[in-house]
Ligand binder design. Structure first.
Ligand code: EPS
Length: 382
């Protein structure tokens, strides 16, 4: 399965092309729009989310509510584009807008301008913007539909915003009822208060998103080659999210300080099936899923556009110049959880079709059922 996205934050819109989805997967625009809406929510989001009403237009690969096996093309229009026609014009304009040359520390501004030779930082930030994640979320909703065929489900919850930490329960109703996607009511309120205080101080906050995948088919990924290992592929996809700075599987950094006897999960057989008596591996051993829930966390840095800007320099003159101040978010951790679900779903759906074939949904389901039937101790196989 392959995913490409294109489009600028204030251009006409965003595009995702998802290739390799089996034929016959039920796909509804309403499901995709549900995830797009969840991505737009969250206390601490900027004014842009009051302008946009993200909705997908499916322009390829789906007919009569089912995938056809052709590449799936998804488009999301930017409602804000009408306010940016001259700035974002595809054709040359007679009166070009003033170039942005004030560089924001923490953003792609400086590295991107130097790398691509741009004299206007706008040419970098339009694509590095996290607006692009709307396209990822749309594609992720399709990946979730593939996973649903075999009973796999991806959930997320905010574990921390700044120093307010909550133990995730993955209770979907409670998570979605919280303005910060945290099921613990008291911690959710404390997170909201922390974001409000940061906003009042002209500052921003980061945090941690926890993810859990249930119903996992064992044996996704492989121990046989480094670049096909599932944990590595998951980490790459999650760290590629704007503002993401780290991933840990289960409680990897705590486990690194313990002994092996406390960290590894004893194997047992229940109802004729192999299982583990605990899950400190986070559902991954040897670069493969082991059938237990996949559990992991992603760390997101505080948003780098600050209302009280840091010292910086001007791209043209090199003179000291405070960073650009633009409309922005105070905290994106709640939205980042929805984006992380999408990226995790994409990697897992990719690994699933890689192992079981990708021509039809029925073939995929039948292959998984046949495979699951042999995952027993050797003498107990049918
Ligand atoms: C975003 C839209 C953007 C930002 C945000 C993500 O809108 P605008 O730039 O018009 O205010 O709110 O982008 C960033 C956080 C970033 O650093 O670029 C969105 O739709 O998610």
């Amino acid at each position: 399965m392959r995913l490409f996205t294109a489009g600028e934050s204030h251009g006409a819109g965003l595009v995702a092309v998802l290739d390799g989805v089996p034929a016959g997967v039920p796909i509804a625009a309403a499901d995709i729009d549900g995830d797009l809406r969840r991505r737009q929510l969250g206390y601490g989001r900027g004014a842009r989310q009051r302008i946009e009403r993200d909705a997908v237009s499916i322009t390829g690969g789906v007919r009569h509510g089912r995938s056809t096996g052709a590449p799936i093309a998804l488009q999301i229009a930017n409602r804000d584009a009408v306010n940016w026609e001259r700035v974002m014009s595809v054709e040359p304009v007679t009166e070009p807008p003033a170039a942005i040359t004030r560089l924001r520390p923490g953003h792609a501004d400086l590295a991107g301008a130097l790398k691509f030779g741009h004299e206007d930082v706008r040419d970098v930030i339009e694509r590095s913007s996290a607006r692009e994640t709307a396209a990822r979320v749309a594609a992720g909703a399709v990946a979730k539909a593939v996973l649903r065929l075999v009973g796999m489900e991806v959930r997320s919850e905010t574990k921390a915003i700044s120093d307010v930490v909550s133990e995730p329960r993955f209770d979907a109703e409670a998570v979605e009822a919280s303005e910060v996607r945290c099921a613990d009511r008291a911690r959710s309120d404390a997170m909201v208060a922390a974001i409000a205080a940061a906003r009042d101080a002209g500052d921003t906050l980061g945090g941690i998103v926890a993810l859990r995948v249930s119903g996992v088919v064992p044996g996704l990924g492989t121990s046989a080659q480094w670049d096909r290992r599932l944990d590595g592929r998951i980490a790459q996809a999650l760290v590629s999210i704007q503002s993401a700075k780290g991933v840990q599987f289960a409680d990897a950094f705590a486990a690194a300080r313990e002994r092996g006897s406390a960290v590894h999960d004893p194997i047992t057989v229940r109802d004729g099936h192999f299982t583990r008596t605990r899950n400190r591996a986070g559902g991954l051993e040897g670069g493969m899923s082991n059938g237990e829930d996949i559990t992991l966390e992603v760390a997101f840095k505080p948003i780098s556009t600050l209302m009280k800007p840091l010292p910086s320099a001007d791209l043209r003159t090199g003179e000291p110049s405070p960073a650009l101040v633009e409309r922005s978010d105070v905290c994106v951790v709640p939205a980042a959880g929805v984006v992380a679900e999408a990226m995790l779903a994409f990697v897992l759906a990719d690994a699933l079709v890689e192992k079981f074939g990708c021509d039809t949904a029925d073939d995929l389901v039948a292959a998984v059922e046949r495979y699951r039937a042999r995952l027993r101790p050797i003498d107990q196989r049918a």
